[in-house]
Design a protein. Structure first.
Length: 179
């Protein structure tokens, strides 16, 4: 199964991805450290490192799926083109794809978490709140899911105001229903 995280920076998706990865013994392929590694290797920040990081993450996830293992991709996935990339990979590998979108329903809490966040990814500064707000405005809506008579939804929305273990348990139940 391909599990693709989605959500704004600082919303809590990496925390959920890592906890879920431990529970499933599944690798987590995170886009931010890949992009940071490209910058450390000399790729200029003005280059499309974000897009390149998604392509590298796709290649790594493809290799994991080729081994018959589940993989979790940790990325913002704000636009339909990025989401389509994961759907296409899952289709090529003939595995289900599930999106776990993590939101933080309280903007003040979200902003505070982002301000306090120190991931320590060399060469990758934490985004400012203004950048998160711009990304929020650009976040594309998800297509209609679960309408009467349609396939099961491919996305579960989790609120990071809930305890991590509750979100992981909810996600595991959703994944079990999809697989």
């Amino acid at each position: 199964m391909l599990i693709a995280m989605a959500g704004l920076p600082g919303a809590g998706k990496s925390t959920v991805a890592e906890a879920l990865g431990r529970r499933l013994a599944a690798p987590v392929v995170s886009v931010d450290p890949i992009e940071a590694a490209m910058r450390r290797a000399g790729v200029a920040p003005g280059q499309p490192t974000g897009l390149a990081a998604y392509v590298v993450a796709e290649a790594v996830a493809d290799g994991v799926l080729a081994l018959g293992q589940n993989v979790i991709v940790d990325a913002v996935n704000a636009v339909e083109a990025a989401r389509g990339q994961w759907r296409a990979l899952a289709a090529r590998r003939r595995v289900p794809v599930v999106f776990l979108e993590v939101v933080c329903a309280d903007r003040a809490v979200h902003r505070g978490r982002l301000a306090a966040r120190r991931r320590g990814i060399a060469g990758f500064p934490e985004p400012e709140w203004a950048a998160v707000e711009r990304l929020r405005a650009e976040f594309e809506p998800w297509p209609g899911e679960g309408a009467e008579g349609s396939r099961r939804p491919e996305r579960l929305v989790l609120d990071s105001l809930d305890e991590v273990e509750l979100n992981v348990s909810t996600a595991l139940g959703f994944l079990g229903a999809v697989s």
